[in-house]
Write a protein that binds this ligand. Sequence first.
Ligand code: FES
Ligand SMILES: [Fe+2]
Length: 418
Amino acid sequence: MSEVQLKTHGELIRSRQPGHGMPGELFGRQDVFDTDVEVFFHKHWILVGVTSDVPEPGDVSTVDIGKASIVIVRDDDENVRTYRNVCRHRGARLKEAGKSTVGMLVCPYHQWTYDLDGSLRHATHMGKDFDTSCRSLIPVHTKIIGTHIFVCLDNNAPQDIAKLEETMIARFAPYDLQNTKIAFEQEIIEHGNWKLVIENNRECYHCAATHPELTASFLPEDFGFCPDNLSEESLLALEDYKSRNAACQASWEQDGFVSSAVEWLDKDAVTQFRTQQLVIAGNGESQTISTRVASTKLFGNLQRRDLGDVHLWTHNSWTHVMSDHAVVSYIIPLAPDKTLVRSKWLVHADAVEGVDYDVKDLTEVWVATNTQDKHLVEITHEGTQDPAYSPGLFSPFTETYVDQFSRWYAARLNAHGV
Ligand code: FES
Ligand SMILES: [Fe+2]
């Protein structure tokens, strides 16, 4: 019997037909997964948390990303710092994944003790000539944009994070997102490849049939959705959307908000992202079942509730910022068929549960949506691993961003010699 030659990772992605899904091996193979983690999670900027993960000096949040791990720390001067979670003595992990509060970072093995600024403060039994000054914890490239903590584990961090920063700083500014707290957080593990999680997030073809809670407030037209067989009813809905969108954009711009779409997704984009201030359906206030705010204490000094939804996509995250609350989700791949999805619901730091907001009202839309998406990702992952699977055609009307993600994925692999 002749030996079957497996295609390489690069050959597989280059064999994708334009406008079609990826070959199943790109979702299921361990070698592909290992390269994905290396390229997309260790060499690109990724979202790993929000500043309210570490609200007070001494607070620590540890995030594992493949074989790497980082500690996010609030230091005594209130700055957020990030370090590789590796002791400079014999390499032990300083902290397990999760959150804690410390005075200093003490290695559990031989108690080398680091200040929150990363410098090595004590190391016993090392002799009087031992120089602590060159044994600080290894810092990580970090950008805090609004409340979002982006890191890059590579020494050559892509420069175009500046574009994301420049675009989002102005958009997030009125919301004063660092003056917020986490009202609720959720971790789910989806039994599907990380690319299927992102593909699912980049289209709303599936929304009408599967997300009754989300579609109370979310309008698929916001991402250019335009069905090809327009019935009179959908034509009217589209016209209605267009006039509503134009009115909202004009009124937001008049109040100083920057609302138009910015896409940095293709061609030269290394740190890909998309943002836009999106219209909210119904009462137009927030992503809740009632489409009204869930928290009556608005962010910052905001005076109006009808600010729509400032959305932000990156290749490992999606964010929605409304006048009263924000939902920030990011993903970490765990295995070819396993992806961690972390979501955080933020409200004003002074908002009081039971007075200004109710956790169920605040969270029910995205808790339901995440559960529904988990199922969709899982059945798709399974199907793509079936010998009968062959990549299907994307809708040119509703899945253009899925195709775009696949092109970016191919281009980034190519740039890294895969
Ligand atoms: S490995 Fe950390 S003190 Fe020894
Ligand atoms: Fe979805």
